[in-house]
Design a protein around this ligand. Structure first.
Ligand code: 6PG
Length: 239
C-alpha cells in the first residue's frame, strides 16, 4: 500500500489524474484497452471534471477506455443520486464518450437481477477467468465503508468475485456493489479521500485494529495488484 498525502484537494486530484493517465497508457500498451471501475459520491466529481478539462482531456485514449461503476445507488439514471448521472455530466458528456464504452448498472431491473446482470456484463467483458480491472477507484465513507460495502452487511463475507445488491437498513435503500473479492482482483486500486471529515475513518482503516465488519475498507487488499491512497493532509491528520 502506498499513501500519497498532499497539501490540499486540488493537488490530490491532480496527482490522481496523473496516476490514471499512467495506468491508462500502460494498460493500452499491454492489452490495447483500459478497464476502469469508477467510484461515486461527491469526492470524485471534481476528479472526473479535471479529466475532462483541457489539462487532461487529450492525455488518455478515451476510445480505448471502458467505464464500469464500482457501485451504484439503486435509483433511475435520471435521479440526482445516480452515480451514472454524476459521471455522465462530469465526464462522459464533456468528452462525448461512446455509449459502447460505458457499462452502467441497469437499475430498471430488480436489485437482485441488476446485480446478477452486471456480474454477467463483467464476465463477458473479461475473456480471462479472472476479471481484472486495470484500475478501481474507491472512496471512503465517514463510517469506513467503501464502494457500497457498508459495516455489518452480509456482502462483507463474500468469497467469490461478484456484483451484489446490498440493502441498507438504516437508509432503507438498495445499493448495487462490487464485492471485495471482485475489487481485489484489480491490477490497481486507488482511494481518493480528502477533507477533515474523513480523518477518523482513515485512521481506523489504516492504523486501527483489523475489524472488517466495522471498517469494511480494510477488506481491500489485492492479491496481485497495488493499492494507492490519494489523500490531503486534512484526511490524513489522525495518522
Ligand atoms: C457512493 C460511493 C461511496 C463513496 C463514499 C464516500 O456511491 O456513494 O461509491 O462509496 O465513495 O460514500 O463518498 P463522498 O466522496 O461523497 O464522501
Amino acid at each position: 500500500m502506498q499513501t500519497n498525502i498532499l497539501a490540499n484537494a486540488d493537488k490530490v486530484l491532480n496527482s490522481l489524474a496523473e496516476y490514471i493517465v499512467k495506468k491508462a497508457s500502460k494498460a493500452i500498451a499491454e492489452r490495447e484497452r483500459f478497464a476502469i471501475a469508477l467510484s461515486g459520491g461527491s469526492s470524485p466529481k471534481k476528479l472526473y471534471e479535471l479529466l475532462a478539462s483541457p489539462a487532461f482531456r487529450n492525455r488518455i485514449e478515451w476510445d480505448k477506455t471502458f467505464f464500469f461503476f464500482g457501485d451504484e445507488r439503486y435509483v433511475p439514471q435520471t435521479d440526482a443520486d445516480s452515480n451514472y448521472l454524476m459521471v455522465y455530466n462530469a465526464l462522459f458528456a464533456p468528452l462525448d464518450i461512446e455509449e459502447a464504452n460505458i457499462f452502467a448498472v441497469d437499475t430498471a431491473l430488480s436489485p437482485e437481477k441488476a446485480a446478477i446482470e452486471y456480474t454477467n456484463v463483467i464476465k463477458v467483458f473479461f475473456t480471462e477467468k479472472e476479471w481484472r480491472f486495470d484500475l478501481v477507484l474507491l472512496g471512503l465513507g465517514d463510517d469506513a465503508h467503501t464502494a457500497s460495502l457498508f459495516p455489518g452487511t452480509a456482502v462483507l463475507h463474500d468469497t467469490e468475485p461478484a456484483v451484489k445488491e446490498n440493502f441498507l437498513k438504516n437508509k432503507q435503500v438498495y445499493r448495487i456493489t462490487f464485492n471485495a473479492p471482485l475489487i481485489n482482483q484489480a491490477r490497481a486500486i486507488a482511494f481518493l479521500v480528502y477533507g477533515e471529515s474523513k480523518k477518523t475513518a482513515v485512521q481506523q482503516v489504516m492504523s486501527g485494529a483489523r475489524k472488517t465488519e466495522l471498517y469494511p475498507a480494510q477488506l481491500i487488499a489485492p492479491q496481485n495488484g497495488e493499492v494507492q491512497w490519494f489523500m490531503d493532509t486534512a484526511a490524513a491528520a489522525s495518522l
